[in-house]
Design a protein around this ligand. Structure first.
Ligand code: GLU
Length: 368
């Protein structure tokens, strides 16, 4: 396990850091995050990976910033009142903008989380992460972790040092969720801007706004504020009995091809020639594409490549055999999974030896 830095924060979180966390109210459905926390507080392990939440404002421009300037332990220390929620350790797993997130870091993360749970080192995990690919990391982890203990991913849209920095509150609320009794048994979640999202449903819907995420087909699974955690829906669970973390990164290559007007089959043919083991088409509408593109996808199927029809549309489902005869062509449909998450599931399935279109479809449908 290559962990760069490990910091025991309990000793570092001195009382003077934070004075008032405010008055915490609780009701029948909420988790009190109060100063009168029990003597044995939940143990939360913060795994830092980089992203804007660990960024600092760039003096050269009004909206520019450098991600990854602030390390995990500093992040936690900068959040008033967080020490009253839990006993917190922090480790630095990586320090990248999440556009550079990769299989190697994913495997490191998954293995460290599994180890922390298997050895009973933590009651919950919080992962600080860039927002660009946070949904993919959350979905990957949900599919490979063998524990329902809470794993909460969190990011921010504005770096530290700006007047509108949202990182401290988001991190506070992520720890609050991970430490809450209601989060037990819910597995992987994402907390952003007072909302709790499920990995299957969350997607980034705004490039720069603080309210940057939505779960278009299902809505949020809960709400959090400094006083309470409220769940309003269950997290859809992954087919744990089938998928497991392969021995080594990288995962099998699966390409995403974006459909558009006037599309020919060349990008798909290039993906075939380049050795893709799977192709996800970010189709138009309900996952459709031009005749030429579909013909190229037929060629992919004939070569044993897994072909999944997803959509470039942000909400709705891609259902089987509506405009495209999936049964005849041997295609899989992604249902509610967007292209980037359809890619992750296809990679994991292929890595686990599942390439038959019927079986892949069952995994996407959650019916196995
Ligand atoms: N592109 C960077 C990342 O995803 C910054 C975006 C963010 O974190 O909000 O890490």
């Amino acid at each position: 396990m290559n962990i760069n830095i490990s910091y025991r924060l309990a000793a570092m979180l001195v009382a003077g850091l934070v004075a008032s966390a405010g008055a915490f109210a609780a009701d029948a459905t909420s988790q009190p995050a109060s100063a009168s926390a029990p003597a044995t507080m939940p143990r939360i392990l913060v795994l830092a990976t980089g992203g804007t939440i660990s960024g600092t404002a760039d003096p050269r421009s009004a909206i520019g910033y450098n991600s990854g300037n602030v390390k995990g332990q500093e992040l936690v220390r900068g959040v008033p009142g967080i020490e009253k929620l839990a006993s917190i350790d922090a480790e630095q797993i990586s320090n990248v903008g999440s556009q550079d997130m990769n299989d190697k870091i994913w495997f490191q993360l998954a293995r460290r989380i599994q180890e922390a749970f298997d050895k009973n080192e933590a009651d919950g995990i919080v992962i600080t992460h860039g927002t660009d690919t946070i949904e993919e990391t959350a979905f990957f982890l949900q599919n490979v972790l063998r524990s329902n203990k809470p794993v909460v991913l969190v990011g921010s849209m504005r770096p530290g040092g700006t007047t509108s920095a949202d990182g401290p509150n988001n991190l506070y609320e992520a720890v609050e969720v991970a430490a809450s009794a209601q989060a037990r048994g819910r597995g992987v979640m994402v907390v952003m801007n007072d909302q709790i999202h499920a990995p299957r449903w969350i997607t980034k819907t705004n490039t720069t706004a603080v309210q940057a995420f939505a779960s278009p087909n299902a809505g949020v699974i809960g709400y959090v504020d400094p006083a309470s955690v409220r769940f309003v829906a269950q997290v859809p669970q992954a087919p744990r009995e089938v998928l497991s973390l392969p021995a080594d990164a990288p995962l099998p290559r699966v390409d995403i091809v974006y459909a558009h007007a006037n599309m020919d089959g060349r990008q798909i043919d290039h993906a075939i020639a380049d050795g893709a083991k799977g192709i996800v088409i970010a189709g138009e509408g309900d996952g459709d594409a031009s005749k030429e593109a579909l013909a190229a996808l037929d060629r992919a199927v004939k070569k044993g490549i897994v072909v999944v029809r997803s959509t470039r549309v942000v909400s709705g489902f891609v259902n089987r055999n509506v405009e495209v005869d999936d049964d005849k062509r041997g295609f899989v449909v992604s249902l509610d999974l967007n292209p980037q998450k359809a890619r992750v599931l296809t990679q994991l399935l292929i890595a686990n030896g599942v390439t038959d279109a019927g079986k892949v479809q069952q995994a996407f449908s959650g019916t196995w």
